[in-house]
Design a protein around this ligand. Structure first.
Ligand code: TEU
Ligand code: CA
Length: 539
């Protein structure tokens, strides 16, 4: 695993800039805040940071609506500060990954503004999907496609002379018009954006909504018996082949990491062919029950799909779009799906935390790269954000009682006994943009530092061991024989991970020394919902 490229076996930490740390006291996280907390990430031992979007944006979708791909929103800071941040991270041995959003931009992007202002026939309209409406007055949308957030996908424009005009396509909110990837200028623009960030030294690009870029231009309806009109079209692979050539022009193993939501593992793996993306997020665990059989199937299926293309697997327990896994794992039904978000956040936090600790050891022991979403190393749970504070456009759109995604985006607690818990500097006049629960007092980074039983210490120890053990990270794994409802596997010559999903304690293999356990062991017994890392040898 030692001489393989960094992205094959990395621990990659997701920073959600508006909620990580606030340097200037306006209640919103920023680049200065991130720079002031790099020591936390260095102590955690991660290999790389992925930064969610920080570009100029009206924030209709929390920055996933980009108005300028080559600058930084003033809310977060400046490009010069980002350059300093990249250099400081590199100085600590931490790689950096930026988030590029190629499927759509903001309706404030200059191209879209020109397309609107120019009226019908404006050449900028070709860069998007402008179409006349159906019906005699053109007042019916061009298709009945359902958007990724569940809403409508077309919005009608008004012509410069005030008359009703054409419609434009948006797979997400109306403030996020979709680019037309058939257009050479769109392709050229994003190739240039990649170079812009690679030239600034970033080590990787996270590609948002990577499977959606290409659309069937005949605009067929979505029907069960025909190929989907905008998901996973074959043409998307040409785009990533050209991006791969660009990444390969740069020294130092630059990586392209796709956000590919794709239940079909075979089609998912197509994005990872040797001349396409280096890696993609495997979201399998999100929808997977806390159950040995289900998880083993997920792990085997994932590894099996990656094998023929030679790409490393990845493991994701949480991110800025889904219910935090401490909360998921404390529920009867531990699986996540967007449709089920309305189930709310009611959960057994104690059980969820116990399982989240075991899940950390599981996901950090598996072959490939593991993602850590900011705050999971603190054991944070999903917050019940009051309706008046909610900002997520997914929420009011979804039609049922869906709290949206704000609950996993609450500003981090760093120190102190009460909000803002060091998120903002002492004496800041403005509270954090989402309220932090008072109960996070016990989950601040400061409260957990040096506490042998804390989630933070567990992550620090696990990542330290992962770096030191030759068999961890990239490389093969072997299942070991184990009792029912127990998973046990070996990595390399000496390392073993055992996780007990049953209701009863199980005996640990003998002749192994204990490296790390997710919770207290009972002599030679591994309690329920507990994981342990062992090494061949005597205790
Ligand atoms: O997410 C993509 C996304 O959420 C959808 O493709 C989703 O998988 C689908 O609705 C499931 O049915 C990314 C970002 O992570 C998210 O924060 C953004 O809101 C979204 O893209 C739009 O840029
Ligand atoms: Ca700020």
């Amino acid at each position: 695993a030692d001489n393989s490229p960094w992205w094959r076996g990395a621990v990659i930490y997701q920073v959600y800039p508006r909620s990580f740390a606030d340097g200037n006291g306006d209640g919103i996280g920023d680049i200065a805040g991130i720079r002031s907390r790099l020591n936390h990430l260095s102590a955690l031992g991660i290999d790389a940071i992925w930064f969610s979007p920080w570009y100029p944006s009206p924030m209709a979708d929390a920055g996933y609506d980009v108005a300028d791909y080559r600058d930084i929103d003033p809310m977060f800071g400046t490009l010069a500060e980002v350059e300093a941040l990249i250099a400081e991270a590199h100085g600590l041995g931490i790689r950096t990954i930026v988030d590029v959003v190629p499927n759509h931009c903001s309706d404030q992007h200059p191209w879209f503004q020109a397309a609107l202002a120019g009226g019908p026939g404006a050449p900028e309209r070709e860069l998007f999907w402008f179409r006349p409406g159906r019906g005699p007055n053109g007042d019916q949308r061009p298709t009945d496609w359902v958007g990724e957030f569940g809403g409508e996908t077309w919005t009608r424009t008004t012509n410069p002379d005030g008359t009703p005009g054409d419609w434009y396509l948006h797979l997400f909110t109306a403030e996020q018009p979709d680019f037309n990837w058939e257009h050479p200028l769109v392709r050229a623009e994003f190739e240039d954006v990649l170079r812009f960030w690679f030239d600034r030294g970033v080590d990787g690009i996270r590609i948002d909504s990577a499977g959606l870029l290409v659309k069937d231009g005949t605009l067929p309806e979505t029907l069960p018996d025909r190929p989907h009109p905008f998901r996973d079209l074959d043409g998307v692979h040409d785009i990533y082949r050209s991006w791969r050539r660009i990444a390969d022009e740069y020294p130092g193993d630059r990586a392209l990491i796709g956000e590919v939501w794709m239940p079909d593992r075979q089609r998912f793996a197509n994005y990872l062919r040797p001349d396409e993306l280096h890696a993609a997020f495997n979201f399998d665990f999100l929808g997977c029950a806390w159950d040995a059989t289900a998880l083993r199937e997920s792990i085997d299926g994932t590894l099996h799909a990656h094998e023929p293309v030679g790409a490393p697997a990845t493991w994701v327990l949480s991110n800025h779009d889904v219910t935090r896994h401490v909360t998921r794992y404390g529920r009867e039904d531990t699986t996540f799906s967007f449709a089920k978000k309305r189930e709310g956040i009611f959960t057994d936090l104690e059980l969820g935390t116990v399982r989240a600790r075991a899940a950390a050891l599981l996901s950090l022991a598996l072959p490939g790269a593991t993602y850590v979403y900011q705050g999971e190393e603190l054991g944070l749970w999903e917050v019940d954000v009051p309706p008046e504070q909610r900002t997520d456009p997914m929420w009011p759109r979804s039609g049922y009682i869906d709290p949206g995604r704000d609950g996993c985006r609450v500003p981090l607690p760093w120190s102190g006994d009460a909000p803002p818990f060091g998120f903002s500097p002492d004496g800041a006049a403005t509270p954090p943009w989402l309220s932090q629960p008072a109960e996070w007092k016990g989950r601040t980074a400061q409260a957990q530092t040096g506490d042998p039983s804390s989630m933070l210490t567990l992550y620090q120890q696990a990542i330290r061991i992962r770096r030191a053990e030759a068999g961890l990270g990239d490389g093969p794994m072997n299942w070991l024989e184990a009792p029912a409802e127990v998973l046990a596997f070996a990595r390399g010559e000496e390392f073993v991970c055992v996780v007990n999903f049953s209701d009863a304690p199980v005996s640990l293999p003998t002749h192994r020394s204990r490296l790390l356990a997710s919770g207290p062991l009972d002599g030679d017994l591994l309690p329920p919902d507990t994981a342990v890392w062992l090494r061949t040898g005597t205790a």
